[in-house]
Design a protein around this ligand. Structure first.
Ligand SMILES: Cc1cc2nc3c(=O)[nH]c(=O)nc-3n(C[C@H](O)[C@H](O)[C@H](O)COP(=O)(O)OP(=O)(O)OC[C@H]3O[C@@H](n4cnc5c(N)ncnc54)[C@H](O)[C@@H]3O)c2cc1C
Ligand code: FES
Length: 275
């Protein structure tokens, strides 16, 4: 075991150096990096990335492997814009993993519906890769992705693979030439596709991640179709500083998003909606 790996297993709170081994520009304001960080994690967990003198940001793990991690990052401010300027071979500080994961083992034998909007597709990618690795443990798998325009599509190469393996539907809010730009030729909000195509809720669990309004509308549609709150899991992002239940920055109604989430069962999230 290397010194770096020993540190990780000693404490998930201690930042360690990780090297970028791959860098993919996904859209005009987002990129995906692969790090040589061998860390055991579960789908839905997140890590903190930091650059000395700049700051730290929580980012969801968007892969599923004990050999490396991938992070998809949107350049919105100080830390994320600086991270975007790094290149293959550069190093950054990372700590984690943190947060509650999707309880994937509990869902074995079920149908899975995964619904992602915009950069909310990234935190779901780890669970899709988990299902790919244990495909025979799950029944029908449907993926619904919504992006603003085709230029905002994430993970294009993976999407080409997923469309062969799963029932995949990609929709775009706006498309100049629908027949050329879309994977399945659809234009409109992802919620419309969910409304049209999701039917039977027997032995089915749903994961949703995206902007709060998209999570809300999608959950509403599913509940109206007869899904129970216990069948729906959502990711809730909050501003976070420590990620380990110490600073209280992420606390809402007495619960820490960093410890109790970021993955929540829908009924657990009710208290958070009005905040
Ligand atoms: C559990 C978790 C997982 C996340 N996963 C990802 C991910 O996979 N990819 C990704 O690109 N981003 C992710 N984020 C958001 C990411 O952490 C922030 O965008 C980042 O911290 C911004 O840092 P910055 O220094 O670049 O921007 P700043 O200069 O700090 O902020 C830029 C703007 O973004 C706002 N902002 C910062 N953080 C958040 C937040 N968490 N929620 C809402 N607004 C915020 C600020 O208020 C400000 O308006 C995640 C956040 C959480 C809590
Ligand atoms: S981020 Fe500090 S308590 Fe959750």
């Amino acid at each position: 075991m290397t010194t770096k790996q020993q540190l990780i297993s000693e404490s998930p709170y201690k930042p360690v150096l990780a090297k970028i081994t791959e860098y993919v520009r996904e859209t005009h304001d987002s990129f995906t990096i692969k790090l040589d960080w061998k860390i055991h994690h579960q789908p839905g967990q997140f890590v903190f990335c930091s650059l000395p003198g700049i700051g730290e940001a929580p980012i969801s793990i968007c892969s599923h492997s004990d050999e490396y991690i991938e992070l998809n990052i949107r350049e919105v401010g100080n830390v994320t814009k600086k991270l975007g300027q790094l290149k293959v071979g550069d190093e950054l500080l990372v700590r984690g993993p943190y947060g509650r994961a999707y309880p994937m083992r509990d869902f074995e034998g079920n149908n899975i519906i995964i619904i992602g909007g915009g950069c909310g597709v990234a935190p779901l990618k780890g669970s899709i890769e988990f299902i790919e690795q244990y495909r025979n443990k799950f029944r029908d798998v449907s993926l619904f992705f919504g992006f603003r325009t085709p230029d905002d599509t994430l993970f294009r190469k993976r999407m080409d693979v997923w469309k062969e393996k799963f029932n995949m539907h990609v929709s775009f809010d706006k498309v100049a030439e629908p027949s050329k730009a879309c994977y399945d030729g659809s234009q409109g909000f992802v919620t419309q596709k969910v409304n049209e195509l999701v039917g039977d809720n027997t032995n089915t669990v749903v994961f949703i991640c995206g902007p709060p309004i998209m999570i809300e509308k999608t959950s509403e549609i599913l509940l109206n179709k007869g899904f129970k709150e216990e069948q729906i899991f959502v990711s809730a992002e909050r501003l976070m500083y420590c990620g380990m239940g110490k600073c209280g920055r992420c606390m809402i109604h007495g619960r820490y998003t960093c410890l109790d989430g970021a993955v929540f069962r829908y009924d657990e999230l009710k208290d958070y909606k009005d905040d």
